[in-house]
Write a protein that binds this ligand. Structure first.
Ligand code: OXD
Ligand code: MN
Length: 591
């Protein structure tokens, strides 16, 4: 089956060579040597950053392209209002035309990969075909790649076929580019949920090209999950241990660039508490016979945003990327190391920026791209939990939700019930920052469960699936939902909460709420800490700041309700009635 599909795709794309990736270190070393020889990356100074490489993309190929991302289900209503829908037959015909001969002059690499630990009931096999060695070396870090997976597929296990081409064939005599790709109107990230098939064309960057991540583990997996009664979520998974050695696991949904990686590796400031990582971006969740919710991380590495990462914001990430790391679109120092805005230390006097231009402190432009990334194996993290590859998953006690909100949302509030928690997730929003959409800065973008760009079907059906999952959980085992907001500002525009390691104080409160160890006060929006239960020991924070952090401003909440109503209207008739009811209840509680 796999061989037949590869053969068919080779007939279509017409590569000069075909290489089946075995995933070994020797093979990877050969690929990296070839990449350097072809001037497609630079090797960083081995004394400063051993076995690490830096790539620089085409300036037109630097991020996920949501406007060129398609869900090609048979019926348009199955894609819903949050996706770009295309008729699968038409889209295939259009894309086939592009793939025809698209790998001329190149090698077609066949990558057998697995999402999820070996032996987990949720794990899925995939085979990605690609003509990009950048993709091959990144996939080897981000997923479990190689012969062991291929053996399983050959024994008859299913796999998701993923076809990828950068869309830049090399005709005779043509010179290759350092970062070949296609113009935006020829980029396609296409998902065929009924066939469980992914076709990506024209981009070599991140989620557009590393198809195990957003395309398989979220968009397609969300459809499979709905069908098979589990959940594929844009969530970190963390392990919290209290001073008595008791452990709880939590997941957290936060939109892109809201600090998921930082939170999943946090160094607590409160003595005796420990945080370890299971995953930093994606969680697959299911209910086991014991009526509890369990999670695995389907990924094998971190594809983290470099900007802002430092020993101050995330020391564990800095230690993780000390070696064996691939960097993309960061700046390079004169001694051959990496640099980005927000990293520790003085601004260098000279750099080579992500566009390979000389850069000086007065150059008036960022040296690293805001979406510059590091790709690194999760196993290199000093705080990876020992059970992070447990095929049975970890039991989840709490589900964190959040985004960037300068007002309205308190530091933390807890759901009143499962359906209220789903309501909190459904109305999640984050203020748009300069890194996303420049013309709408400051506006709240509703991003239900941080899944807006990743739900592979109708958002209304997705929210109903969340409601239904609550029914399959024994009530005493239903995780509680906690909406957190580290980003609330005072009247002067200063952060009210110090953030970073101090966020562990909020995790401690959440931990103790799950254990019924601390009381909480009920407010119209949910439970909040009563005085003395949020540990503020040795924290230099004025009582007035705490008051402001928890202030529930009725006017702001009424505005919030209007905005949620407008969002709900955009979902249309598939919005679950349970959520409509939760909105009415909230409105009534606020009066
Ligand atoms: C990511 C994203 O790359 O959410 O994880 O964009
Ligand atoms: Mn993400």
């Amino acid at each position: 089956m796999a061989v037949a599909w590869v053969h068919e795709m080779a007939m279509l794309c017409k590569p000069d060579h075909i290489h089946w990736v075995d995933g070994s270190k020797a093979e990877n070393d050969r690929f990296l040597d070839q990449i350097i020889k072809e001037h497609k990356a630079i090797k960083l100074n081995p004394q400063l950053r051993p076995d690490s490489y830096a790539f620089f993309s085409d300036p037109m190929d630097v991020a996920r392209v949501e406007e060129r991302t398609f869900i090609a289900s048979k019926n348009e209503t199955d894609a819903g209002p949050t996706n770009h829908w295309r008729n699968p037959v038409e889209l295939k015909a259009e894309m086939k035309h592009l793939y025809r001969g698209s790998m001329r002059g190149r090698t077609m690499y066949i990558i057998p990969f697995m999402m999820g630990p070996f032996g987990s009931p949720l794990s899925k096999n995939g085979i990605q075909i690609t003509d990009s060695l950048y993709v091959v070396v990144n996939m080897r870090i981000m997923t479990r790649v190689g012969t062991r997976v291929l053996e399983k597929i050959k024994q008859g296990q299913d796999f998701v076929p993923c076809l990828h081409s950068v869309g830049y064939p090399l005709e005779k005599g043509m010179k290759d580019l350092a970062w070949p790709s296609a113009p935006i109107q020829r980029k396609y990230i296409a998902h065929f949920p009924e066939e469980e098939l992914i076709w990506s064309f024209g981009s070599g960057y991140g989620g557009n090209a590393l198809l195990g991540k957003k395309s398989l583990a979220l968009r397609l997996a969300s459809v499979m999950a709905k069908k098979e009664n589990w959940m594929a979520e844009h969530m970190l998974i963390l392990k919290v241990t209290n001073p008595e050695g008791q452990v709880k696991y939590m997941t957290g949904a936060f939109p892109s660039a809201c600090g998921k990686t930082n939170l999943s590796m946090l160094v607590p400031t409160i003595p005796g508490w420990k945080i370890e990582t299971i995953g930093d971006d994606i969680a697959w969740l299911w209910v086991k016979r014991d009526g509890r919710l369990y999670a695995i991380n389907p990924e094998y590495g971190f594809f983290g945003v470099a900007r802002g990462t430092s020993y101050r914001s995330n020391p564990n990430a800095m230690k993780t990327i000390a070696k064996n790391t691939i960097f993309t679109n960061v700046a390079i120092t004169d001694d051959g190391d990496v640099w980005w805005e927000g990293i520790d230390g003085e601004k260098p006097k000279h750099l080579v920026d992500w566009q390979k231009q000389d850069w000086y402190p007065d150059s008036n432009r960022p040296a690293a791209h805001p979406n510059g990334r590091f790709t690194v194996s999760a196993s290199q993290s000093p705080v990876i939990a020992r059970e992070w590859e447990d095929p049975d998953g970890v039991p989840i006690s709490a589900i964190l939700l959040g985004g960037r909100r300068s007002d309205t949302m308190p530091l933390v509030h807890e759901s009143l019930s499962w359906n209220h928690g789903v309501f909190m997730g459904s109305m999640m929003g984050s203020e748009i920052t300069a890194a996303t959409l420049t013309n709408e800065i400051g506006k709240v973008r509703r991003d239900p469960f941080a899944m807006l760009p990743f739900i592979g079907y109708h958002v209304g059906d997705y929210l109903k699936h969340w409601i239904d999952m609550g029914l399959t959980l024994a009530e005493e085992n239903q995780p509680k939902f906690f909406y957190v907001n580290w980003f609330r500002l005072d009247q002067e525009g200063q952060f009210l909460w110090p953030g970073f390691g101090e966020n562990a104080r909020v995790l401690k409160w959440i931990f103790e709420r799950c254990d019924h160890r601390v009381e909480a006060a009920q407010t119209p929006i949910g439970y909040v800490p009563i005085k003395g239960t949020l540990d503020l020991t040795n924290l230099n924070i004025a009582p007035e700041q705490i008051n402001q952090l928890f202030q529930i401003d009725i006017k702001n909440w009424q505005k919030e309700i209007e905005s949620i109503k407008a969002f709900y209207q955009s979902i249309g008739y598939k919005l679950p009635k349970e959520l409509q009811q939760e909105l009415i209840h909230l409105q009534n509680r606020l009066v």
